[in-house]
Design a protein around this ligand. Structure first.
Ligand code: TZP
Ligand code: MG
Length: 214
């Protein structure tokens, strides 16, 4: 993967989208507007299952492919292999990084980390990038750890300048600048895009905030 792909990483599942909206349309608007990576994260109370889950994943994959944006699957290594996704993202409660790496070969592997020890394990097992967060309070992940602020981002980036890092959790226009200032490669967002009244404007604003700090 290119580290620029992390600049504006959009994550979405059915539960993240307001009831009057169609998830696939939000993804298409976000792709048209210029998101740089997409993660399929089908979790929570209204999550699809079975065939509907897989069909929705395939639809999202097709759209991402059309816009040349990497398509990453959250947690579900089997689905990622079956679909030939561009990559997988796992957290600390999923399968071990070493096992995921063996199973997916050279697909992109992203790992959520919260401390230096987890970071080092991810690096040792050839994670392609790490996600750090929640940086700020978030209502999109019910089992999120307490917000950690930007200091660990700064530390991780200075200790491992070669490692692609994306920040996640509660990131919006007001606080994105403080995140980009740490030198990380990008921001991952759910609600900022899923709940946006103007996805074009939202995407363009995040991308210009990123450029200001380059
Ligand atoms: N992991 C840590 S925070 C989070 C995930 C998946 C949710 C981010 O969503 P939002 O709406 O951008 O705060
Ligand atoms: Mg997970």
């Amino acid at each position: 993967m290119k580290r620029e792909d992390l600049e504006l990483y959009f994550i979405m599942g059915t539960s993240n989208v307001p009831p009057q909206e169609q998830p696939i349309y939000i993804l298409e608007k976000a792709l048209q507007a210029g998101i740089t990576m997409f993660q399929f994260r089908e979790k929570g109370p209204h999550a699809l299952t079975g065939l509907a889950y897989e069909q929705f994943a395939r639809q999202c994959q097709k759209l991402c492919h059309h816009y040349h944006v990497p398509f990453i699957i959250n947690d579900d290594v089997d689905l990622a292999i079956r679909l030939g996704a561009d990559g997988v993202h796992i957290g600390q409660d999923d399968l071990p990084v070493s096992v995921a790496r063996k199973r997916i070969g050279d697909m992109i592997l992203g790992v959520s980390v919260h401390c230096e020890e987890e970071l080092q394990i991810a690096i040792n097992h050839q994670a392609d990038y790490v996600g750090i967060g929640p940086i700020f309070p978030t209502s999109s992940k019910s089992d999120a750890q307490p917000p950690c602020g930007t200091s660990f981002l700064q530390e991780a980036h200075s200790l491992h300048p070669e490692l692609p890092i994306v920040a996640i959790g509660g990131i919006n226009f007001t606080n994105a600048h403080s995140v980009f200032q740490t030198g990380v490669d990008g921001v991952a967002v759910i609600s900022a895009i899923c709940q946006s009244k103007d996805v074009d404007h939202t995407v363009a604003t995040f991308r210009s905030l990123s450029r200001i700090n380059k």
